[in-house]
Design a protein around this ligand. Structure first.
Ligand SMILES: [Zn+2]
Length: 617
């Protein structure tokens, strides 16, 4: 079931949404634009001679052979900074070595010190690098949070302490993970926390939120009032009351689909110590039910209550609240909110009503209220490892420019006998990188520019490995001309899913085009606009015969979701391939017998040709 919902979103994004930031309504889409976004090849033609050896080095059989090891139970789900991941890393390094690919990682350690640091000794040949780029990660487990609300009225002081996970949702974690520390701050009520000039409505105007605890209502005013501008205006309704994403659809958004507007991100830019949110409508019982919910058993999915473990780049974390760039927020009950607001003589629902009837802000510093949030956690440093190899360019000048080919190698680990094998996610993309490495190694003439092969760690924990590389590049970022990303390239679409999609989104004439699309070879390709990627990809497709749908992003826009974002954030143009996402996504059922070796091989061949041509210009 979920597979279908998801595939609709994916294909819709690929075909209809030419730009990541808000696809235009389907009706406005011109037929030529749909055509331009697709590359369909009836019958592939033989590739030029210089590509032959490389293309032959990539086979479905070898792809499956490599993936069978990478996704085996023995590697225990390749969780970052575990033995299973280390075994996978050694495997890739030994393949690189076998194919004659040079190591591009750190210098070896000797006696506890990195070699090659000078030291006044007689000059000698520099020691050879390893295949591993290693770095410290901060591991956080057992995170707990407590919130104490103090209310002073005259000389009277009232105080209550609430517990994360029992009285309010979650802890204060944010995306950056470890948010240990204590913060005490006064409270500012910001209503719905909305700045919307087109509705003549600004609840944040003139407020100093820096270092404050911000109390905010979710959604926007007038959930049930058709006359509210937030209901009457379609753009505003879509912005503030979007249909809730479901299971896999949410995963899709996280993986490079259109990003939704998040008002908490906007509020966070004003530097609050923390944001506490109250549901616009709803009852406290809902929160308590959610907190006590145990997953229902399912025939298909095991119940895995794995303890929470968070990882962040050690170099990112300064400790304390508000670190890591994420929004420190949580949802509290109405009971807590009303206690907080005691000094105002009004309840949260009184204030909500006031805003909705007057459509005027009711923002204010909450009199007499002080909140202390204390978060504790166990932290330790662990070691993350990227695998890096290079093949030097053939042009004496242009070899000082680099093209990086990467995929994340880590996955979600194992727990009590259940293994998240991650065959598609992202054993398949890792095999894609290995395939391209082997193909370029097998090519008698190398591309003019140097090719860097990278298998990233920590993607599932927040793109940690690729982010570390982007911040600590082995080869200069300003000399890095492009990046190829593979994430989940082994599961083919089915015809039914594609057909349903086109019925759901009526693009004039598109049905005819889509009839020609062969679902099993359908691949969506995200790329940076204004680069030769699309033209080259289209040209090279005549030698491979995939059915490609291009989706363009502006330079610097990654859309989150996979390691291409780390390169987008340092303005390196990218091309990013993805096949179908299935119900096995992030489940223990993502196993090797479900993948298509042919699809991995074809996508690898297309990537090989595309980056070869791109790096050889
Ligand atoms: Zn992935």
């Amino acid at each position: 079931m979920k597979k279908n919902v998801l595939a609709v979103v994916l294909v819709f994004a690929a075909i209809i949404g030419l730009r990541a930031q808000g696809p235009p309504p389907a009706q406005q889409m011109k037929l030529e634009d749909v055509q331009k976004a697709l590359s369909l090849v009836d019958k592939p033609v033989p590739a030029p001679d210089k590509f032959k050896a490389g293309l032959e080095a990539i086979t479905a059989k070898d792809s499956i052979a490599m993936l069978t090891y990478i996704a085996s139970d023995l590697l225990e789900g390749r969780e970052t900074a575990t033995r299973g991941y280390a075994l996978a890393a050694e495997y890739a390094a030994s393949l690189f070595k076998m194919w004659g690919i040079k190591p591009a990682g750190d210098l070896p350690m000797r006696g506890g010190f990195r070699m090659g640091g000078g030291g006044g000794q007689a000059p000698q040949a520099p020691p050879e690098k390893t295949y591993f780029q290693e770095f410290a990660l901060r591991e956080t487990t057992d995170s707990q949070s407590e919130m104490t609300i103090e209310i002073s009225k005259g000389s009277a002081l009232k105080s209550r302490t609430f517990h994360g996970g029992a009285d309010y949702q979650g802890g204060f974690g944010g995306m950056g993970g470890a948010a240990e520390g204590t913060v005490t701050a006064p409270v500012v009520f910001v209503g719905y926390g909305i700045t919307e000039p087109s509705a003549g409505f600004d609840e944040l105007k003139g407020l100093d939120l820096k270092g404050k605890i911000v109390l905010v209502l979710s959604d926007a005013p007038g959930r049930d009032n058709p006359l509210s501008p937030f209901q009457a205006k379609k753009e505003l309704k879509d912005k503030y009351f979007p249909a809730p994403p479901q299971g896999d659809q949410m995963a899709m958004m996280m993986r490079g689909g259109p990003q939704r507007f998040n008002k908490l991100t906007e509020i966070n830019k004003l530097g609050p110590a923390a944001i506490i949110q109250v549901a616009n409508t709803g009852k406290d019982a809902t929160i308590f039910n959610a907190l006590s919910m145990v997953r229902k058993p399912s025939d298909e999915r095991p119940i895995i209550n794995k303890p929470r473990r968070r990882l962040s780049l050690a170099s990112d974390t300064g400790g304390g609240m508000g670190m890591g760039g994420g929004v420190q927020s949580t949802t509290i009950t109405r009971e807590m909110a009303n206690f907080l607001l005691e000094g105002t003589g009004q309840t949260i629902d009184d204030l909500k009503k006031k805003i909705e009837t007057t459509m005027k802000p009711a923002s204010m510093a909450v009199p007499g209220a002080k909140v202390t949030i204390a978060t504790t956690a166990k932290t330790a440093l662990v070691r993350g490892t990227n695998v890096l190899g290079i093949i030097e360019g053939s042009d004496p000048k242009l070899k000082d420019e680099y093209f990086v080919v990467g995929a994340h190698y880590d996955h979600n680990g194992a727990w009590e006998g259940y293994v998240f094998n991650g065959a598609d996610d992202n054993g398949s993309g890792s095999v894609g990188v290995l395939n391209i490495a082997k193909a370029i190694a097998a090519s008698p003439v190398k591309p003019k520019r140097t090719i860097v092969f990278a298998l990233w760690t920590g993607e599932e924990e927040g793109l940690l490995g690729s982010r570390y590389y982007a911040q600590n590049p082995v080869f200069p970022i300003e000399k890095t001309v492009g990046y190829l990303n593979y994430d989940m390239i082994s599961r083919p679409y089915d015809a039914e899913t594609l057909a349903r999609t086109m019925r759901a989104y009526s693009v004039p004439g598109a049905e005819e085009i889509v009839k020609k699309v062969r679902a099993p070879w359908f691949v969506s390709v995200n790329l940076t606009e204004g680069t030769p990627f699309a033209d080259i990809a289209r040209e090279m497709n005549q030698y491979v015969g995939l059915d490609l749908a291009f989706r363009f992003n502006a330079l610097g826009v990654g859309g989150g979701g996979s390691d291409h974002s780390s390169f987008a954030s340092v303005k390196v143009p990218y091309v990013y391939y993805m096949a179908a996402m299935t119900a096995d996504y992030h489940q223990t059922s993502d196993s090797v017998e479900k993948v298509s070796g042919e699809l991995i091989a074809k996508i690898s061949q297309h990537g090989f040709l595309t980056i070869y041509a791109f790096a050889d210009r």
